[in-house]
Design a protein around this ligand. Sequence first.
Ligand code: NAD
Length: 493
Amino acid sequence: METAPLETTQAWLKEPKMSYAGGEFIKGGAPLSLKNPANCRDLTKIYEADDRTLALASLSAQNAMRGAWAQITRRERAQALEAIGQLIRDHRSELAILETLANGKLYSESFNDDLPESADVFDYYAGWVDKYYSETCPVERGFLNYTVREPIGVCALIVPWNFPLLLACWKMAPALAMGNTVIVKPAPNTTLTLIRLAELIDTAKILPPGVFNLVLGGAEIGQKLCLDPRIQKVSFTGSSDVAKEVVKASVSQNLKSLTLELGGKSPNIIFADAKDLDWTVRQSFRASFSHKGEKCSEPTRFFVEAPVYKQVCEHMASLAHAVVCGDPFASLSTQGAQCNEAQFEKILRYIEIGKKESCRLLAGGERDRSPDCQDGYFIRPTLFADANNAMRVSQEEIFGPVVVLIPFHDDEEVLAMANQNRYGLAAGLWTRDLSRALRFCQGLESGMVFVNHYGCYDFSSPFGGIKDSGWGKEMGVHALAEYTKLKSVWFKI
Ligand code: NAD
């Protein structure tokens, strides 16, 4: 691991941060203090975008869309994407520090998970710039018909606080690859990596002004983007309830194209015949509790077949007890701080609900009270055993280090329980029975299914949910359809 340039970062944090619109940094409206969730100390200030900044962002994005960005060749566009990926790689430690300071996740998680993927996704989509072909359709009666894929226009990319840089890059890379211009809006408390990326892109002069814009602020700024008729597309990652506000606003002035990546309450089904039960439990535990459980697709409902239920509960509890919450930069820490006070309080409220719903508390159940943790938002990994699928802790998204364990007796029973939920983002199952695995892959109401592993992501495979977990897909060739419109051209011969 590189040595982290903490001092440089601290100097950078002294200056208040601004939005980036039309190739300029703009002070805008009210200042907002950002806190480090690991110790609640002030980090820096950001200025929320005002109406003038928002108008400048969408107007310059529109102008760039019609002008400089439309005129460059595909090869030049691909080179611009590769250059952004390389900038992220060149500044990996610095960006990982900023992500950890603002989000509270372990530095090793920012450095090893978020940063490489944020860089590589630009290379992946740079490769697609000249490979997303149109088709000639076999029409009859003396016509030639072909289709053309065109950029949609100005895209508002609204992202949450759990993977601030990564989720923005997941959207920026395919949007820019297809020739769109973008306005990124991160969650207000986790803006630092994107601000630094804007500075790096600006200094390196990689993109014409207006192609990439960054507006700072919260729900109100997000709503204004959804209402702006100069914007043609909103790609939103966040909670399912806020998504309804996004949809309403996005169709009120003009009919925007929408991609929605939303919440989850994903089942993880462990059968008694799972190949190596200890390995299965370790993998499942990691999938649930890495990034302190603030992951949309993490498994949070464990359905465990009765003969191995006790063994799985005991092993999960021993793994939970071994977790060391603490300073996200310390090499001994294995779990960081929850991202912000509201989320911290929400998780603790759900833990109290679980206790009242008379689950059996196997581990955790409170904030971490050790001296290292008392000033920050640290919560012990929490396991509720003997839950049932109807309880609120089994049905509602908590988005933290909390998992319920529910025993089951047969395949039909567990498939029905797994599907009894508003969400359908991901599902895991662990079994050696191939027929059963295939039957469950068909029957699970979920956008992604993982068999004998959990969370094998690759840029070439679509990511996204069904039911209340969202509309559309990110990643792979599938994301390109989200950022293009299809034109059909008819020639009479
Ligand atoms: P959130 O819905 O509160 O906010 C998400 C983003 O939307 C933020 O930038 C926020 O400022 C903005 N926003 C809030 N209200 C808005 C409004 N009315 N109009 C427009 N924008 C608005 O979500 P969060 O609390 O930041 O993130 C956690 C949620 O995100 C969880 O539900 C989680 O499952 C989901 N998530 C989903 C995925 C996925 O790929 N499916 C990935 C990560 C997180």
